[in-house]
Design a protein around this ligand. Structure first.
Ligand SMILES: O=c1ccn([C@@H]2O[C@H](COP(=O)(O)OP(=O)(O)O[C@H]3O[C@H](CO)[C@@H](O)[C@H](O)[C@H]3O)[C@@H](O)[C@H]2O)c(=O)[nH]1
Ligand SMILES: [Mn+2]
Length: 741
């Protein structure tokens, strides 16, 4: 009886599906009326529309782009589902498949080594038979600090792992565990023995952390230029096998490998995708586990349960044959209650991914996913000859053997000697030359959002994915907690996403031929939503300038179409607020998300789009600046007080300040004009729009005029000059155009 019970089940929230579809119908009808109203204007007598033709055109174009993105957005709301897993129904430990874990790190300065080691330790302590678990750390920095820290981590693990199992510790990331207040211990059976053990382990942990810090300082003091070495070094692969000390009983540890692929300045290394592909190959000739967990260096396992939860899908015979990966949502350990930067991307992980899960599955999100090894090997099975296969996956015989053999090959447990020479070849720069790595095999190159791109192509090739979002967060990462990091990261993402949209893999063309239309619309939404910058820039300037020139762009209050123009924004805002609250947010969170949407659109989206265009025309190279993961005390203090930290470059500040200045001055002048002319009913929507922008972005005004702390917008000469010049140029150009036409 037990065997027939499913490992996982999915549920459709019928009332949500129904309300979503009803909302779509209503809103879509309103959009049709809007288009009808605008089109009627263009067919009017040229004389009556003369003065306002150009601004009407701009505003109409913005409305069309917004409606287009809105339509794409609905695909996520068509059939959202949720899932439940039953890990207790999995086979006995002996029958579980081997598992590889990949952890990527790139820069020991921006990514503190002790945090990387915490991620490593938390993954070593996964609730999984240790002899079936192999961990690979990719160090793109090629830093001896990381290698040394791994050796120390392996020693510390001999204490840490037995401690976790003995006392059934839930959070197995030592740093997170020891920072939880002591009062949480009441959950456990607090015995004297436990407290003594905890104290002893804590001391060992502190010594371990201290040791890592010292090595890093010594290295920094020795003047060794890590930066240069990170871009130019031979491959380094080392199996970490620390002899167990005599103090402690024999502990079975998972297998640990340090991999730093070869780097040459002349050779493109394709950032994280390149690093993951090296790990793919190296691990194939060592452990070749059929399933792989991929983690960013800052994303630790917050619970040991994820491996078994993921296997509930991978071993579920109903879905496993076409299942490529199980994605866990990205959650963060350092997000404040109000999350003023919306860095947890609530909408993506709580709404969009659930929606895709009900179609073909969520997008690959870079970290926290269990992928089936075979799914990334493309069409290797149809290669008939060895030569064809070599042109596909490269010349390593060992690697080709790993493809053909049954996936259980495990040179570690089989007691074979490690093919070190082969692994060095597989991690060398030249290995990929003339092969399909990055094109059809492995993680795909060509964009810095290798995750979305790879996930999309997997779907195109018929693979599915599932979202596993149990109540307890399985992985916790480092969210961005300052404006600068957020906008820089955003610019990289939106450039990467639009790259895909502009490439030959355009989801609107490629998608419908190879997957469901709704799933392709979801991908199209992800790749095209940086285009928000166009309507947002336009709607932050044109209606405002028309307000002061007395040009009405929207229907009068007495016009029946007025309600259409009132209904559309209200319907979007209401839908948003309902979603925020039903996914655990608050009214304040809703305001923050609206604000961040505006700020990010006029800055990161814009620069991301520009970068993508420059890249497309060959005027710029791709770049991937890893996000800073070092905590800054002052910045954390501001963040915890819900104060925006405006210490970012003028590149981001100028558009914010300039657009807000335009809105404020137009609002004041507009009110003056409306009062003197008395055309309230014609101008009401323009006034409402301008006040919405000003009210929601009040923190920028506060940062500029009221705040005195370090995080305020410092009115430096270049900032004041450039924003004034920008605001005046925009205003004058458009104003003269409006009055001339
Ligand atoms: O040349 C590189 C650059 C980065 N990384 C690693 O990639 C990971 C992600 O980098 P991070 O700076 O943390 O970028 P984020 O913007 O926070 O990452 C998000 O966005 C990336 C795509 O831009 C995805 O790959 C990530 O999984 C996703 O969490 C980190 O572990 C890095 O060490 C490398 O291994 N090599
Ligand atoms: Mn990150």
């Amino acid at each position: 009886m037990e065997e027939t019970l499913p490992l996982s089940v999915s549920h459709v929230n019928k009332s949500l599906v129904l309300t979503n579809r009803l909302y779509m119908l209503l809103h879509f009808s309103a959009l049709c009326f809007l288009v009808y109203y605008r089109l009627c204007f263009f067919f009017q007598d040229p004389q009556t529309r003369e003065a306002s033709f150009f601004p009407w055109l701009l505003v109409f174009a913005s409305e069309i782009i917004l409606s287009f993105i809105w339509i794409l957005n609905q695909a996520f709301r068509w059939h959202p589902i949720s899932r439940t897993v039953f890990p207790e129904r999995l086979p006995q430990d002996d029958n579980l498949p081997p598992l590889d874990v990949f952890i990527c790190t790139a820069d020991p300065t921006k990514e503190p080594t002790s945090d990387v080691m915490n991620t490593l330790l938390s993954a070593m302590a996964l609730d999984y038979p240790p002899e079936k678990l192999h961990l690979y750390v990719s160090d793109d920095g090629g830093s001896p600090v990381t290698l040394n820290a791994m050796k120390e981590a392996s020693k510390f693990a001999r204490w840490w792992l037995p401690f976790c199992t003995r006392y059934k510790i839930e959070c197995r990331c030592p740093k997170a565990y020891f920072s939880i207040s002591e009062s949480d211990d009441v959950d456990f059976d607090v015995s004297f023995e436990f407290l003594a053990d905890k104290k002893m382990i804590k001391e060992k942990y502190e010594a371990f952390e201290e040791g890592i810090k010292r090595v890093k300082e010594d290295q920094d003091n020795s003047g060794d230029t890590t930066v240069r070495r990170s871009q130019n070094h031979t491959p380094i692969i080392e199996v970490i096998q620390e002899n167990s000390s005599s103090e402690i009983e024999q502990v079975k540890l998972p297998f640990l490998v340090y991999v730093s692929r070869e780097k040459k300045p002349s050779h493109p290394h394709h950032f994280k995708a390149g690093a993951l592909n090296s790990l793919y190959r190296v691990s194939a000739v060592i452990s070749n586990a059929p399933y792989i967990l991929v983690l960013d260096c800052d994303m630790f396992c917050n619970s040991p349960a994820s491996a078994r939860q993921a296997l509930c899908f991978h071993l579920n015979p109903e879905i496993s044959h076409s299942l490529a990966f199980v994605q866990f949502p990205q959650k963060y350990h350092n997000i404040s209650k109000n999350d003023i930067y919306d860095s947890q991307h609530r909408s993506a992980y709580k709404v969009l991914w659930q929606g895709m899960d009900g179609l073909m599955g969520p997008v690959l999100s870079g970290t926290g996913f269990y992928i089936k090894r075979e799914s990334l090997y493309g069409n290797y099975k149809i290669k008939d000859t060895d030569l064809e296969l070599q042109q596909y996956v490269g010349t390593s015989n060992e690697f080709m053997k790993s493809l053909n053999q049954n996936c259980t090959t495990d040179s570690v447990t089989a007691g074979r000697t490690l093919p070190l020479k082969e692994t060095l070849l597989l991690a060398s720069c030249n290995y990929e030359i003339g092969t399909q790595w990055g094109k059809e095999v492995g993680f795909l190159y060509g964009t810095v959002c290798e995750d979305v791109h790879t996930g999309f192509i997997l779907n195109c090739n018929g693979w599915n994915s599932v979202l596993c979002d149990p109540p307890q967060a399985q992985f916790l990462g480092n969210g961005t907690t300052n404006l600068n990091d957020l906008l820089v990261q955003g610019t990289r993402w939106y450039c990467g996403l639009l790259d895909i949209g502009l490439s030959r893999f355009c989801p609107l063309i490629c998608g419908p031929l190879r997957m469901s239309i709704l799933q392709s619309l979801c991908y199209a939404q992800l790749t095209y939503f940086p285009l928000y910058c166009l309507p947002l820039w336009c709607l932050a300037i044109v209606p405002q300038l028309c307000l002061i020139s007395g040009i009405p762009l929207y229907p009068k209050v007495s016009d029946p179409f007025f309600f259409i123009f009132l209904f559309i924004p209200l319907s979007v805002l209401t839908k948003h607020i309902v979603e925020v609250i039903s996914t655990g947010g608050t009214f304040r969170k809703w305001i923050i998300e609206q604000r961040m949407w505006m700020i990010v659109s006029i800055t990161s989206h814009l620069y991301g789009c520009l970068d993508a265009l420059l890249k497309k025309f060959g005027l710029k190279d791709a770049s991937f600046l890893p996000t800073n993961k070092v905590e800054d005390e002052e910045q954390t203090r501001l963040y915890q007080m819900d104060k925006y930290d405006f210490r970012t470059s003028n590149m981001f500040l100028v558009p914010m300040v300039a657009l807000l200045s335009i809105n404020i001055s137009c609002f004041i002048a507009g009110i003056y004009r409306v009062v003197s002319v008395g055309n309230w009913d014609q101008m009401s929507i323009q006034l409402l729009l301008t006040s919405y922008i000003i009210v929601f972005n009040y923190p920028i005004i506060e940062g500029l005029l009221i705040r005195k702390d370090v995080g305020r917008i410092y009115p430096s000469l270049p900032l004041v000059l450039t924003s004034n010049i920008l605001a005046t140029t925009i205003a004058c150009t458009l104003y003269s155009l409006l009055n001339k036409v």
